[in-house]
Design a protein around this ligand. Sequence first.
Ligand code: ATP
Ligand code: MG
Length: 736
Amino acid sequence: PVSGQPDYLERLNPEQRQAIETIDGPLLILAGAGTGKTRVLTTRFAHILLTGHARPHQILAVTFTNKAAREMRDRVGALLGGPVEGLWLGTFHSICARMLRRHAEYVGLTTGFTILDTDDQLRLVKQVMEPYRVDTKRWPPQGMLGVIQRWKDRGLTPDRVTPAEDSEFGGGCARRVYADYQARLIAVNACDFGDLMLHMTEIMRTRPDVLAQYHRLFRYILVDEYQDTNTIQYLWLRLLAKRAGQPSNIACVGDDDQSIYSWRGAEVENILRFERDFPGAKVVRLERNYRSTAQILAAAAGLIAHNDGRLGKTLRPGREDAHGEKVQVVSVWDSDEEARVVAGAIERLRADGHPLSEIAILMRAGFQTRPFEEQLMTRGLPYRVVGGLRFYERAEIRDCLAYMRVLAQPADDLAFERIVNVPRRGVGTAALQKLHLEARQIKGPLTAAVARQMADGTAKGKSKAALQSLMQGFERATETLAREGQVVAVEQLLEDVGYLAMWREDKSPEAPGRLDNIKELLRAIGDFQSLEGFLEHVALVTEAEDSAAEDKVSLMTLHGAKGLEFDSVFLPGWEEGVFPSQRSLDEGGLKSLEEERRLAYVGLTRARRRATVLHAARRRIYANWQDAIPSRFIEEIPADYVEHSGQAMQERRLTAAQPSVFAFGPVSSRRPNYGHAPRVTDVYDASPTDITVGTRVFHQKFGYGIVTDVDVDRLQVQFEKAGEKRVMASFVEVAV
Ligand code: ATP
Ligand code: MG
C-alpha cells in the first residue's frame, strides 16, 4: 500500500478507519443501515489482534445471530489468513452458555445442565401452574411463560419481582409460579433460554472473584446491533465492561432506526445511555452507505423520516455505480398472484444470470411463506426457509433428542417424560403419576424412581415390563457410548427401545421421510466430539444455518433478515393489517406503529440493487376474503423513487365481474362437489380448491383424515386418530 497502511485499512473511508484505530476506551458507532458497521467491527477485531493488543481469546465479540457470528468468524479468519480457534464470538446466549458451564454450581446446577426447548418449558410451566388452579382458558400457560420471559429479559429473578410488579396474569400467582418454575428447573438440572443470561449475570453480581476473572480475560468487547439489546443483556455487558481502574474497552455499533425487538424487551434507550454509562466515550458516525443504490437509499430514508424521536443520521450513497432502479411497487389481486409474480420475477432474474443466493423474499410473519414455497417448488427454483419449521423442531427429531438427553443425563425428567411412552408401551398417566410421587419421596429424578420401583416391586404388570426394557435400553446404550461413541450408542438405543420400529411400521406417507430425518440426525451427531457437545449445539442453533453457501432463494421474516444483504429483495404483503400488522394497529400506540415502520426500513435497506414491494387487493383471512388497503408505508416512500405497476390487477378486475364466489369465494365452495373417491394429490401442487368429499387432508391439531362432507367453509372430517370432527376448511391442507 502506498500510504504504508495495512491493506485492510486502505479499503475503508476515514470515519471507518477512525473507528478501527481507536483501540482503547469506550466507543459507540452510531450509523444507518449499510454503512459498514458490522464490517468495522470485524476489521476492528482483526486490527486488535494484528497490532498485538490482545490474543484471540481475549476479545469478546457479541453478534445478534449465529449466522452473523459465523460470518464474523470467517471474515476475521480471512483477514488473518487462516481459521482462528478459541474465540469468544457468538450470540449473547451461546457465550453465556459457555460461561455458565464453568460456574454452574453457583446457581445450583451441574456443568452438564440441559437447555430446554419451548416444548419442555411449556410442559414444565403447566405442571407448576396446576396447584394454583389457574383458569387456563383465560390464562394459558404460553402467556405465563411470556410473563416469566419478560421478567427474565429485565433481569428480575423471582425475589426481585416486587408484589407491585406482579402480573395481572394468572390472577395474582405469576410471581409464585415463576419462583416454583425456577426451583423445578434447578431440580431437573436445566435452564431455559432466558436463564443463560439471568444466571450468568447473577453470578457476576454476587461473585466478585468470577467477575474479576472475566475482567482479566476480556481486554476488548465488541457488540453488534446494540440497539436491540434488552435490559439483562445490557446489565451483563456493563458488568463485564466496567473494570476498576482500567478503561472500558467496549465498542458497540447500532442504529436506532433498526430497533425492532422491543416486543422482546429490547431497550433502544441503551444506545442513548451509552455516553453516560461510559464517560469519555467516543462517538463515531458513519454516513456513507455502501450497500444500496441511491434510489433504494432515498426511498428508505424518506420512509423512516415519518418516525418521530429519532437520533437523526445522514445517509449518503457510497457506491460509485449508477443510480439504480426505482423501488418497484406491484399491485396484485390476491396472495396467489402475489406469489406467482414474485416467482416469475425470480425466474427471469435467474435466466439473466443472477444467482438465487442473492435473492430474498422477506415477510412480516412466518406463516406468509406458504404460497411462495408452492410457487418456487412448482417452478423448480430451490429455496430455503430461514427460521421456518427447523429441522430440530420436527416431532421425530425432538423425540430422538429426548432419548439422547436422558442418555446424556438420566436426571433430565422433562426429556424422560417425553419419551416414556413413545412408542406406546403402556405406561399411562397413572403409572407416570406414581413415578412422580416416588421421585418426590426419594428426592431424585424419574429414572431413579423407576429403578426404585423395580427393586421394591411397586411396579406391576404391563408398565413394569415396559419400563424395565426401556431402562435396559438406556443401560446398554450407556455402555456402548463409553466403548464405541455416540453415533453407535444412539442408533442402538433407538433400535432397542422400539423407536425406529415404530416409524418403520407406520404406514402413513410421511413415515419414510421421518426415518430419513433420523438418519440425518445420526450423521450430524458424528460431527461432534461428544453427545453433550452435540446437544448444546442443538439447543443454541436459532436458525437454519445449514447450506448457506448453496444457491437458493432465501425466505425469511423481516426480523430474521437484520444485518443481512441481497442483490434483490421482494417485500410482499404491504397491506394495512398485514404490514403494519393488525396487532400494531389495534394497540393504537404510536410506538408500535413506529416499530413496524422501522421494520419496513430494515426490509428496504437489505437490498443492494432491486427492491420490489407488493400488495394484494384481497387477502383471505381464515376462510373469508377481505378487501385489503395498501400499506401506509407505500405512500410514505417519496414518489420520486417509486415505480408502480400492476397491470395484472386491472385485468383481473374485469373478469371479477363474474360471480365472485367462484373465483374468490370461500375455499370449498369454489368447486362443485361431486363426491369423488379418494385421490392422491401432491401436497405442493394442490390448492385448497381441491378439497372435496374423499380428499385426504392434514389438520395441525387432529392429524390425518378423510373429508366426509363439505359445507361452504366447513368440513366434516373422519380423522384417523381424533375421530369425526368439524373443522374450518382453511385450517387443513390436502395431504399426499
Ligand atoms: P446493517 O445496519 O444493515 O447491519 P452495516 O452498517 O452493518 O449494515 P455492513 O453490512 O457492515 O453494514 O456493510 C454493508 C455493505 O457495504 C457490505 O457489503 C460491506 O462489505 C460494504 N462496505 C462497507 N464499508 C465499505 C467500504 N469502505 N468500501 C466498500 N464497501 C464497503
Ligand atoms: Mg450490520
